[in-house]
Design a protein around this ligand. Structure first.
Ligand SMILES: NC(=O)c1ccc[n+]([C@@H]2O[C@H](COP(=O)([O-])OP(=O)(O)OC[C@H]3O[C@@H](n4cnc5c(N)ncnc54)[C@H](OP(=O)(O)O)[C@@H]3O)[C@@H](O)[C@H]2O)c1
Length: 331
């Protein structure tokens, strides 16, 4: 079968012909219909991810059809249309992942292949209202946004929420989920056209984070935020701190711009502000997220779809950062 491997070559991505994976007793063989990129995949390509294991199949997101099942798995799963939970070994503690946790797609072989073998407990039914491309876009970004917004952000209908860097894959889900529950949603982006698209889809306002005093305009328009969802980090965290309502919660799941040089702790303690890190989500949250997407008929935003033989160009697009929503690849 065809698969995308991470190698130690100068261009580390290699589409290669490898053996179809073998089935264990509790496993299922899924023929992938569509897969989607995450920033993590590009970080691995750039060598900026811990413990890279060359020869692994990359890819955390995918949707497909169960083709075969292991000896301990019911035959009734055959032909089921499924999406795959990208958590590997979250563990028993729902509050945080175990020490042997990893994300599907390095070291465990991932979704960027014609077939994948996973434990049967990694499957969820593909939501019927989603196309294959939309279903493939959902797992990692949807899960990360769901935990950040609801578990850590405690976002409620009528709250003011700011989704920072809304063009990002996870941020798009944070935007859609916040709109779905009736929060007052504001966005930032480095691209005015992305802000305009979000306003057209229901955002109350939007701001370009490249403008130095964007946060003053955000404060004026919103009256302050109950929740901020961010993945950029850096010194901008201090701008968020200035525009939080008392007891507001800043939840971050990435730090693309690194650590802030200083942190306005005085304003944080006086205004009872929480700065909270978040990673992925537990298996229960994955189920809840899929149910939420079905209940609210959320449609993931797809930036583009391309055939598997062009997958490396999707990595290039992610590196350039021009996407709005998920980069999807089909078989
Ligand atoms: N902890 C976890 O579980 C977890 C899960 C998924 C992702 N992540 C991390 O989160 C980050 C984003 O991941 P992703 O998959 O959503 O990536 P992505 O699709 O590449 O999105 C990155 C987005 O970051 C935004 N951005 C860049 N500079 C910014 C700034 N100064 N302020 C605000 N936003 C800025 C951009 O938004 P605009 O295009 O709108 O300007 C860009 O689209 C990565 O660092 C990733 O490793 C962590």
């Amino acid at each position: 079968m065809k698969a995308l491997l991470i190698t130690d070559q100068q261009e580390p991505l290699l589409i290669s012909e490898i053996d179809k994976p073998k089935l264990g007793p509790n496993q299922v063989l899924v023929r992938l219909k569509a897969v989607a990129l995450n920033r993590r995949d590009q970080w691995i390509r750039q060598g900026m991810y811990p413990n890279i294991q060359f020869g692994s199949v990359l890819g955390s997101d995918g949707a497909g059809i169960v083709e075969r099942v292991g000896s301990e798995v019911s035959d009734s799963l055959i032909d089921h249309e499924v999406i795959i939970n990208p958590n590997v070994n979250w563990g028993k503690n729902e509050m945080a992942q175990s020490s042997d946790y990893s994300v599907l797609g390095m070291p465990e072989n991932g979704t960027f292949a014609e077939y994948i073998v996973v434990h049967e407990n990694r499957l969820a039914d593909k939501p019927e209202h989603l196309s294959w491309n939309e279903a493939a876009a959902l797992p990692l970004g949807g899960l990360t946004a769901f935990r950040a917004i609801f578990h850590h952000g405690h976002l409620k209908p009528g709250d003011n929420v700011l989704i920072s860097g809304v063009g990002g894959g996870v941020a798009q889900f944070a935007f859609l989920f916040s709109l779905a529950i009736g929060a007052n949603v504001y966005v930032t982006s480095g691209a005015d056209e992305k802000v305009a698209k979000c306003i057209a889809s229901g955002a109350k306002g939007g701001f370009n984070y490249k403008e130095e005093s964007w946060f003053k305009a955000a404060q004026k328009a919103s009256g302050g935020f109950d929740v901020v969802i961010d993945s950029a980090g850096g010194n901008q965290i201090n701008d968020f701190i200035k525009i939080m309502k008392p007891a507001g919660r800043i939840v971050f799941y990435g730090a693309t711009n690194g650590t802030p040089q200083k942190l306005d702790m005085f304003r944080m303690f006086w205004n009872q502000i929480t700065l909270q890190g978040s990673t992925m989500g537990n298996d229960h949250e994955f189920e809840e997220m899929v149910a939420f997407v079905k209940r609210h008929e959320v449609h993931p935003v797809i930036d583009s779809v391309r055939p598997f033989h062009d997958i490396i160009s999707a990595f290039d697009d992610m590196k350039a950062g021009k996407q709005f929503g998920k980069l999807v690849v089909t078989f």
